[in-house]
Write a protein that binds this ligand. Sequence first.
Ligand SMILES: Nc1ncnc2c1ncn2[C@@H]1O[C@H](COP(=O)(O)OP(=O)(O)O)[C@@H](O)[C@H]1O
Ligand SMILES: [Mg+2]
Length: 289
Amino acid sequence: MNRDNFGKILPFNMTSASGGGKIIAVTSGKGGVGKTNISANIALTWAGEGYRVLAVDCDLGLANMDLILGVIPQFTLKDVLLNDLPVTEAITHTAMGVDLLPAAAGEEDLANLHPDKQLSFAQLLKGLRGMYDYIILDTGAGVHSNVTHIAALADYVLIVTTVEPTALSSAYAMIKILGNEKQPKTIGVVLNMASSGREGLSAWQALTSLTRRFLGTEPEYLGHIYQDSAVPKAVQKTYPLVKIYPRSPSARCIQATAAKIRSAVNKIKTQWTRTPGDSTTGSEVIRWS
Ligand SMILES: Nc1ncnc2c1ncn2[C@@H]1O[C@H](COP(=O)(O)OP(=O)(O)O)[C@@H](O)[C@H]1O
Ligand SMILES: [Mg+2]
């Protein structure tokens, strides 16, 4: 990507592409539930359909999207946010059609950055919206690392959980926290590592009966993803699942989930308005109505 082009595009040209420049945050209450694998493979699925997709690794603590996508990044989000590197220089074009804005592992979580840097990140994303059809944010686990401000930047929040009670209860906590935001998001839930559709559905029913009863809300159910040895095998080979095992049970489920999210996201109307104090000439400020 050319830096000059980006310079022109960033503040002024906010027109969305066919997908509407939509931002999807992938999060969870509990760690290790499959967020990064799912984010990367959803991104690849959309890219394979011809959409312009950017994957952003927002988990500066346990960044590993580069490994899943099989790239070795030279620069990361940290260089952009802390060392003023132009974002275009940190974006890596992968051979598989997805662009990646990587993070460096072992750094503080993006969510714990100084508020100024959080604002810079929000501004950065706004600019990138005009350049992509879909931007997928792979976050850290939510409840403990305060990723809600990242989720607040998204049009749609995908919560990943497994059928384990600990994962389900932290998914519930995450839904509750997101519901308390000033501008509640459209939330979808996917049940990862399920042994069957029935197991996924019954875990979903347990979760949603609680959210209906205590939070008065019911997120969208995006279905299950099978527990599948193809997932760790692909990770081992540092080659993405949907590329190396596209017909595996888990890859098929991820592709189905990707289609459901796209359809849900495309229904969300994002209204661009300016808010007082926004100094970026001609840029949009996100306000959902
Ligand atoms: N559907 C699945 N079947 C089997 N293993 C999975 C599945 N999804 C994820 N895993 C494994 O779970 C581990 C955590 O996945 P990861 O995507 O890194 O989770 P997170 O980003 O939520 O921490 C990895 O070892 C991955 O291979
Ligand atoms: Mg992860």
